[in-house]
Design a protein around this ligand. Structure first.
Ligand code: AMP
Length: 211
């Protein structure tokens, strides 16, 4: 089963992806996590992506499609994937169709996590992430240890107010049309209310998937 998690930055995709993956018995693939790890490791990919990421712009489609193509061919994704943070542009949706077809798979559903902009700004400005395992947290302070792995909690550079504003504009201009693209392509799509307790959002998402 291959599911695209769709929604604004801060809609909760990174929180819900591992929960859904566990329930569905598949792995998660978060392009943002792959890119942040590459930036931290100082690889060629990281050096290329860093400038885009720091200002809240999208990394070029060809780079993203390369990451996804390589990752999904690995044995860990043989049963499918929860795709978190990809697909973010219509050219990526078109490219993904080819990537999936090459693997004999397809996107089975798109879940749109729906949250209003003022709530997004509130969430992102108080969000911290673990520098090591990337788990997002809405409580704690910079420098605290990650409850999950002991890494250090940090604020993402793109969670600063200026970058948040830009990311929301990018979402409207480049990402929002992707949802309609999938609907028009005949892929099952569903909008999930992504406000309220995390467990309730997970339950709504599973229900939308018929689970
Ligand atoms: P995220 O963790 O999903 O919010 O992604 C963080 C940043 O990584 C984004 O603001 C982009 O700069 C970059 N990024 C992650 N996934 C993609 C994607 N599918 N297309 C383009 N850029 C991406």
């Amino acid at each position: 089963m291959n599911i695209v998690l769709f929604g604004k930055p801060g809609a909760g995709k990174g929180t819900q992806a591992p929960r859904l993956a566990e329930r569905l018995g598949v792995a998660t693939l978060a392009t943002g996590d792959v890119l942040r790890a590459a930036v931290q490791a100082g690889t060629a990919l990281g050096r290329e992506a860093k400038g885009y990421m720091d200002r809240g712009a999208l990394v070029p489609d060809a780079v993203i499609l390369g990451i996804v193509r390589e990752a999904l061919a690995a044995p860990g994704y043989a049963r499918g994937a929860i795709l978190d943070g990809v697909v973010r542009t219509v050219p990526q949706a078109e490219g993904m169709r080819g990537v999936m077809a090459g693997l004999g798979r397809r996107i089975d559903a798109v879940l749109d996590f729906d949250v209003a902009n003022d709530e997004i700004v509130r969430r992102l400005s108080s969000r911290l992430v673990c520098a090591a395992c990337q788990t997002p947290y809405m409580t704690g302070k910079v420098g605290d240890p990650c409850p999950k792995c002991g890494g250090v909690l940090v604020r993402r550079k793109d969670d600063e107010p200026e970058a948040i504003r830009h990311r929301l504009e990018v979402f409207e201009a480049q990402t929002a049309p992707v949802f309609e693209w999938y609907r028009a392509a005949g892929t099952p799509v569903a909008t999930v209310d992504a406000t309220g307790p995390v467990d309730e959002v997970t339950a709504r998402a599973l229900k939308a998937l018929g689970r």
